[in-house]
Design a protein around this ligand. Sequence first.
Ligand code: ADP
Ligand code: MG
Length: 605
Amino acid sequence: MKLIAGVDVGNSTTETCIAGINEDGKFKFLSSAITETTGMKGTVENVKGIIKVLNDALLKINKKINDLDVIRINEAAPVIGDTAMETITETIITDSAMIGHNPSTPGGEGLGVGITIDITELDKADSGNNYIVIVPDSITFDKAAELINSFSEKVNIKGAIIQADEAVLVENRINIKIPIVDEVKHIDKINKGVMCAIEVASLGNTIKMLSNPFGIASIFNLTPEETKFVVPIAKSLIGNRSAVVIRTPSGEVKESIISAGILTIFGQKSVVKVNVDSGADEIMKAVNEAGLIYDVSGEIGTNIGAMINRIKNSMANLTNMDINDIKIKDILAVDTMLPVNASGGIAGETFMEKAVAIASMVKVDRLPMMKIAEKLQNETGVYVKIAGVEAVMASLGALTTPGTKLPIAVLDIGGGSTDAALLDEKGNVTSIHVAGAGELVTMLINSELGLNDRVIAEEIKKNSVAKVESLFHIRVENGQIKFFDEPLNPKLFGRVVVIKGKELIPINKDTTLEKVVQVRRTAKERVFVKNSIRALRALRAIAPEGNLKKIPNVVIVGGSALDFEVPEMILAELAKYKIVAGRGNIRKSEGPRNAVATGLTMSYF
Ligand code: ADP
Ligand code: MG
């Protein structure tokens, strides 16, 4: 029997399919495997992953690499994806000492306004003034309470700011009722002898005065000019349960503005300029107008300029090419929110700023697949053949999905790009690639939930979430309640968790179930649903006798097609065009995976 391996090297994953042909010419699929791509797609570093995936698949049928008669690798699509995001509103950097803060357990409630004073200097306080006491963590909570109690008759103490997480401990020990804010990491940054306001909301409420620019203005007697500068501060405090705002020592406000910038798209039809400030829809309109894209550039000295430069730089590094030779062939822009550090923050405060995320696609002339083939052949001793174009192979593989027939359209949604191909009855294949897929969705989830953790963002993308309502039950996002016989880890109590099989992974952030679900679903809609339509439109534009309605059925394949809700979202959208769409089931057994690798073995036959 002849043993044939098909290998598909993608941006994210390397897959293989092993097939056999016996003496009387009968073709049989025998095994498959999947592993992470080693190195950048199209480089010789891929060989390591290829050998691993082959070993994995062959082990399942008790064979070795040197039992193979041929390894067929594909002419990989010469597109490499990257993602980046940047705030699009003007960034005003003020040198203000105004700060906002949101500890999880503040003490007391209400608004307190006064002059900042170190707790050890209360003896020097003036009886005519109001004060906010500052408690560094060198002072224990009982010592702090003792000091406050002993001075509370002589000094008007209106509030306290504590470095340690001890607001409640102090509150319980003092005989005056004042708001107390704690967990102020950089307490040393707070000037003494300046006007300061602290606010703690009552249970179930959020602060009112300090999250309102006019509230801050009335407390500090600000001019309309000065009030303008506190807008970002007020914004960063919206929704907080507590906050601190300190009066900027006069004349110290400096500002510099970085504008969003102009994006220029060099297309076959026209060169289109668009102000990034106008948002993702306008940018995508410009992309459409430009026609086939040669390159994209961003105005120097602006946010978009820096962003495009970053993308090209990382591409140049990865591909070992000169930055001037890196041409962006497509972009997908998506509106998003990005946590931005509040200037003057004392505990790493951030606020959400409007931003645009861009997935870009860079075309390289032709990936050096020959080099990979050579190295693979040398290392394995097996004949290696570069066999056909990725899109053709994907279409062939997708056709093994039960219920499909020619003509067939394939939507391959991977990590960096979304590829669409159309295979007609005569065997002609048309294909296109557009920027943006799974990676961008993970990035959106990561930033919009302010996670700063790609690993957990990836888990949120792939799984349902639940709220741990007691140690014995969780409420799943669909409303289902699940009970447990054994108590859950107390650390999970009250948390929103990702349900990964039997494992519950807590999302380390003050967030709600509804918020996580909303961010996850809208991220997928903005990327996967929009891009599927965009890809099919582009396909229609170049397909012979193209017509979106003439695309009868669309088989969705690739890693992102494994997603538990994406194929349904795409199906719902495409149904409007009377297109039947669904998740592929390659060889009736592989789900949406392995299409290209399968196609590679079939094309041998
Ligand atoms: P490529 O062909 O470019 O190597 P893949 O087809 O392997 O890419 O797709 C990779 C993408 O698939 C990643 O963005 C990954 O997050 C996503 N992915 C993998 N498994 C799942 C899953 N179970 N649910 C949702 N997305 C998934
Ligand atoms: Mg792929």
